[in-house]
Design a protein around this ligand. Sequence first.
Ligand code: ADP
Ligand code: GLC
Length: 474
Amino acid sequence: MAGRVLSVASECVPFIKTGGLADVVGALPAALAPTGWDMRVLLPAYRKLLPLLDQMTPVRSDSSLFGGESRVYFGRIDGIDLLLLDAPHLFDRDGGPYSGPNGDWWDNPQRFAALSWVAAQIARDGIDGWKPDILHAHDWQAGFAPAYLRYGNASDVGSVLTIHNIAFQGWADVRLMSDLRLPADQFHPDGLEYYGNLSSLKAGLVTADKITTVSPTYAEELMRPEFGMGLQGVIAARAGDVSGILNGVDTTVWNPEAEDHPFSAKSLSGKAKARKALCDEFGLDVPGPLAIVVSRLTDQKGIDLLPEAIPAFVAAGGGVAILGSGDPALESAMRGLAAFHPGRVGLRIGYDEALSHRMFAGADAVLVPSRFEPCGLTQMYGLRYGTLPVVAATGGLADTVIGVSPATLAAGSATGIVFHPTDAISLRQALAKLVSLYADQKTWVRLQKNAMAHPVDWQASASAYAALYAGIVR
Ligand code: ADP
Ligand code: GLC
């Protein structure tokens, strides 16, 4: 065995998911297993997860954890060695992981500081005879964990902080410092201070041994003011410890040969059937390329550009099926777009994993016009399904899609359409290119085959994490 890793996060597939963070945290244990790293995942026992405790064993208890009693349970569930932090005063409530009916939970700093505190304790003391060599913290929710380790002088454990999205920084009022068990003497610009208050993400950035993010391009972008969202200086100051490791996708879950109408690069006829079924499901009749959008409907994802760019695409024969939820203003803009283009633009507001599979299987292209994208998973599903990605040249999108040009076509390497900058004009031009490529079916099929041959699994990235861990083992 190469070593042991405690992964700590707020989301993990198949237990709780709001975005790609969950997919990645859920995929890492199995991806790392062949490299010899044994990973356990620590999550909060949200109300929805409480039934799992019946299948688990209590392995730790605290009489006072940020205002109440808590226990940690362990069990192997759905192939994952899972630790759940049961702290009813923090996590047993109706609503999502971060917010309830009235917006963000008021005590999010305490809730996730508690998770991070327990992670650091487990890393330091071990749990039920299992002691990790590495603590791997994900995003702001686990950002205090490396800090507690550092300030608690637990010097036999290495730490890694992975940034999945810098837009969420774990802001907390400075008056919470002692409640959050943070040392007062660390309140300075090179320590915990962040614009006069606290940020759990910054705390992790200044205390973890290594910082990673989920693509090489985003690792560079993060050091620039346009992308760093205030933390660019902190990250740049640690440039030597920062790296970008691309996410992979679970190729057994995202497998065109396992869909309702199976297909492969060798035989694409199932894809034509899937396309027909998808058009029927959305009530669409599309002579040109059928594109999809499967996304949180937020500003990050460039969804506001669609109403400006789609009409010309529709006029040229294209169609779009949209699945997503999020910002109410964007939801209503999507409703307007669909209402205005009956038979060409279809919409489902909501979250539907099974439908998303049918969409990737049946569509010709997937649109990802993000303003920033740390990695992005849907363009990789697109590659795997010969559903050509049309993406903005940013972050992981730039690292995973090779844009069509005379040179990449000649070299047989092109896998999609890459546009820049992220604005409506560029998206409109990219969609015009999509229409003309689709009209040339010989080239189109070649592109589909290139895309399907592009590796999107975890293999290379699992090795990269394994090497990173090995470098900081004490
Ligand atoms: P982010 O984490 O920023 O939302 P990613 O591309 O990394 O972006 O991951 C998003 C994940 O959530 C993907 O697995 C995508 O398929 C899924 N997803 C997003 N919205 C929906 C939806 N409405 N229905 C089903 N799956 C969705
Ligand atoms: C974040 C990012 C997304 C990334 C995901 C998993 O949600 O927005 O780009 O793929 O985390 O790392």
